[in-house]
Design a binder for this molecule. Structure first.
Ligand code: AMP
Ligand code: MG
Length: 331
């Protein structure tokens, strides 16, 4: 009896999935579940750090949202009369500049100017669309999503086309993760993972060992293609056609667009990029998803590691990624 009780007590001590020195908290931010995992820090300190990171991420959400209760600076730009200029907050302006630089480096695969197109397709609403929009309307939006219709001058950013709309949906989550990580660091967090809907950034290690991160299988629910080990300060982000989609006449229509066609990009099932920060990894995983083989070269040129999965489920990796990636079949 005593032995049984002792055993029960022992089991109770190990209950739950985490060790005592792991603090894990989940919040709903930017329309997705955000999980903070902090190891090797006293619980009260970890909780305080998470509160600061959450606050910071909500601040970023308010700057970039296009469907919040309060009008964001991005929405203010989107509502400008053609020819008008707006002074955007420094952070928004900097992320717009960075986004336009990635637009160029990715050969127009990633673009922060697709807001009109995304709204036309209906992917910005919580309810998914049921059928694709009219082809002519797609072409009108596609033409409006060009860098010639936005200009930075000494007074701010000028909007030059009546259909031009900004959308930071492919980069803002990464930026929010980076700001969240900065807040954690300020609170002396050295070992952590900050994950937001498939995008994540790690810090340090897990009890002295590298973090092991699975890369999601685009067609097997809950399955992985393989995994990478990350130690120190790195981010890994995956974009996939399985995140938000509808099926119409037997065809899958998802939320990542090829700016060339104005339609869902159709060469990849998913794309993954590893970078030093989540802003870069987020933007480039979207770019790689759209551009496949050409994107892989651009990813390498930007000194990042990446892989994409084509429509046959075949994986294509940069040299750097080949060294980091452990395919599932070998284990
Ligand atoms: P992600 O899941 O990071 O690949 O981002 C997808 C989101 O970014 C979509 O829901 C759209 O809001 C937006 N988006 C779609 N296609 C693109 C693209 N080619 N470039 C930039 N943003 C895009
Ligand atoms: Mg992205």
């Amino acid at each position: 009896m005593v032995l049984k009780l002792l055993l029960l007590l022992l089991l109770a001590g190990c209950s739950g999935t985490d060790r005592e020195d792991v603090v894990r908290e989940t919040r709903f931010i930017m329309g997705t579940f955000v999980t903070f995992t902090i190891v090797d820090l006293p619980k009260n300190k970890a909780i305080a750090a998470i509160a600061a990171a959450e606050k910071e991420m909500r601040r970023i959400e308010a700057l970039f949202t296009i469907d919040g209760d309060k009008i964001s600076p991005v929405q203010q730009f989107n509502q400008l009369a053609v020819g008008s200029t707006i002074l955007l907050p420094a952070e928004v302006s900097a992320l717009l500049q960075q986004s336009l630089a990635i637009e160029k480096a990715s050969h127009h695969s990633f673009s922060p100017l697709l807001g009109g197109l995304i709204q036309l397709w209906g992917f910005s609403k919580s309810e998914l669309p049921i059928q694709p929009p009219d082809g002519k309307a797609i072409q009108r939006q596609r033409v409006a999503a060009h860098t010639k219709w936005i200009r930075q001058n000494n007074k701010g950013w000028q909007r030059l086309h009546h259909l031009l709309q900004l959308d930071f949906g492919a980069i803002a989550k990464g930026y929010a993760i980076d700001q969240g990580i900065a807040a954690l660091k300020k609170h002396h967090v050295q070992n952590a993972i900050l994950e937001a809907g498939g995008d994540l950034r790690v810090l340090g290690a897990k009890h002295g060992k590298p973090w092991r991160i699975g890369i999601r299988h685009p067609r097997e629910k809950g399955g992985v293609l393989g995994w990478v080990e990350l130690q120190g300060d790195h981010s890994i982000v995956t974009s996939g056609d399985y995140e938000r989609f509808f099926v119409w006449e037997g065809q899958r229509f998802h939320h990542i667009f090829d700016p060339e066609t104005g339609r869902p990009a159709n060469i990849a099932q998913s794309a993954t990029v590893i970078a030093k920060d989540a802003t870069l990894a987020d933007a480039w995983s979207t770019a790689l998803f759209v551009s496949g083989e050409r994107g892989l070269k651009a990813v390498e040129k930007a000194n990042l590691d990446g892989m994409w999965v084509d429509q046959n489920g075949e994986m294509h990796l940069t040299e750097g990624m080949r060294q980091k990636f452990h395919p599932k079949s070998q284990h």
